[in-house]
Design a protein around this ligand. Structure first.
Ligand SMILES: Cc1cc2nc3c(=O)[nH]c(=O)nc-3n(C[C@H](O)[C@H](O)[C@H](O)COP(=O)(O)OP(=O)(O)OC[C@H]3O[C@@H](n4cnc5c(N)ncnc54)[C@H](O)[C@@H]3O)c2cc1C
Length: 426
């Protein structure tokens, strides 16, 4: 993934502070040794033991730890880049559109789709892939009127964003006494993202929210580890989501398999239905590859898989964000460095398209706030299906964290005046 999308995926070192309630350090090191050598780690440095000195942001009682490599990706950008890749390979992407029902007839699926404005239309398809995540089983039962072969467990993840809690580029992975894990990750230069998962969720996935209890829990775990105390007043943003995990009937939410299960159904002569239960971002490409291989019997002209080495949009002709932002600053001397870096890490080499025909700052249009210019808004509407300010400020970027309410209103006005159909309310 790092090679396919060097703009949105970045290597990250995780520090695991060692505390008395954890397994012995040698045992964790042995586990990390296997982690280092079983995965195909080509670019990332291996794990190592650490001793913390007086300069450590951790409490003085925490003197030892371990460090290992993993990667970070902006999940929302990963999704939009895949959607762009689909479009560039001739596919049609219908965003903000719900499949409200589907029936098989004469070897095809007949799908009824509903746009966010309530208007409906129909399409036919040779195969249907149900990748509705948390809604996968509900879609089979309620919209297809069939029995779902598996159940889905929803595991809530809750996050708080606070001003930067520690210096350095490393993330911390904190193992609490109750066995739950909390991570603290440097976030967008100025912040630290603190979060946890493994909390079973029973409600409507669309309405998941961080609870007061989860906020208290995150603050207390962080305060047990770091010198600098955090209070509720430090929280600048919160969000929550649910992991859709295939129900393997495990009693412990943290033990439910993170693997995916694919279920193919359809009698001979019928159009197939392939449903995806569970999975994770890390294996999304492999999942898609095995989904297509399961469907290959229905598509005799299907070619061999090719996605392993193909770059995602923007990952072409670039090696790293720093190299690309340096090139941008050299070629466009007037471009603010922070903007060059943010654009390089959001759009990769597509930034040349964004800057096509631009020769000075005023060519970027009005500054709407926090480094967002009209030019970028237009790019996001034209290339990345952005329709409303929430798409731009939270889904395609995280500029919502930096913009004032009046700047956001200005963006709403701009979208109302300039988008082809007028902006939607977020
Ligand atoms: C807090 C948290 C932390 C995570 N951390 C990691 C991590 O560190 N590493 C990792 O690899 N993974 C992680 N994951 C898991 C990862 O986010 C999920 O595996 C991934 O989002 C699943 O993708 P998906 O496409 O299957 O489902 P989703 O991303 O949920 O997408 C399903 C989509 O289907 C749409 N949909 C539903 N019903 C319909 C319908 N009837 N018609 C049309 N569309 C429909 C929904 O609107 C939604 O957009 C984490 C998840 C959470 C919540």
């Amino acid at each position: 993934l790092l090679a396919k999308a060097p703009h949105i995926v970045k290597p990250l070192r995780f520090i695991l502070p060692h505390r008395p309630h954890l397994r012995p350090a040698w045992m964790i090191r042995a586990g990390l040794f296997l982690y280092d050598h079983l995965g195909k780690r080509e670019k990332l440095p291996g794990s190592r033991g650490l001793r913390f000195g007086a300069g450590s942001p951790l409490k003085a009682s925490i003197s030892r730890g371990l460090e290992y490599s993993d990667c970070w990706v902006d999940d929302a950008r990963l999704v939009v880049l895949n959607a762009m890749a689909i479009r560039e390979h001739g596919g049609h992407v219908h965003t903000q559109t719900r499949c409200v029902s589907a029936r098989r007839s004469k070897g095809l699926w007949h799908l009824h789709l509903e746009r966010s404005d309530g208007s409906r239309y129909s399409i036919r398809a040779s195969a249907l892939v149900n990748a509705a995540g948390p809604w996968v089983a509900r879609f089979i039962k309620e919209d297809l009127g069939q029995q779902s072969p598996y159940g889905i467990r929803l595991i809530q993840g809750s996050h708080i964003v606070v001003p930067r809690l520690f210096d350095g580029d490393e993330a911390y992975i904190l193992q609490n006494e109750d066995g739950r894990i909390v991570f603290a990750i440097p976030y967008l230069e100025r912040f630290t993202l603190i979060g946890t998962t493994d909390h079973e969720y029973q409600g409507d996935p669309a309405k998941v929210k961080i609870t007061e209890g989860e906020i208290d829990y995150l603050l207390s775990v962080v305060n047990n580890h770091f010198k600098r105390p955090l209070a509720r007043a430090d929280i600048v943003h919160t969000y929550a989501g649910v992991r859709p995990l295939c129900d393997d009937e495990s009693n412990d939410p943290s033990a439910v398999t993170r693997d995916y299960t694919l279920a193919l159904s359809g009698l001979p002569g019928e159009a197939p239905l392939l449903s995806v239960f569970g999975g994770k971002l890390t294996t999304y490409r492999k999942l898609a590859e095995s989904a297509l291989s399961q469907l290959s019997a229905h598509f005799p002209k299907m070619t061999a898989s090719w996605t392993a080495s193909a770059p995602l949009p923007g990952g072409e002709q670039m090696s790293s964000v720093s190299e690309l932002s340096e090139r941008l600053c050299q070629q466009f001397g007037w471009l603010p460095q922070a903007l060059a870096k943010r654009w390089a890490s959001s759009y990769g080499s597509r930034v040349w398209q964004l800057l096509d025909g631009v020769s000075n700052l005023s060519d970027l249009g009005e500054h709407l706030g926090a480094g967002l210019y009209e030019r970028e808004v237009d790019y996001l509407c034209q290339q990345e299906w952005a329709k409303c300010s929430a798409d731009i400020l939270w889904r395609r970027s995280k500029l919502g964290l930096f913009m004032t309410a009046s700047q956001q209103t200005k963006l709403d006005h701009y979208l109302l005046q300039h988008s082809p159909q007028g902006a939607r309310v977020a």
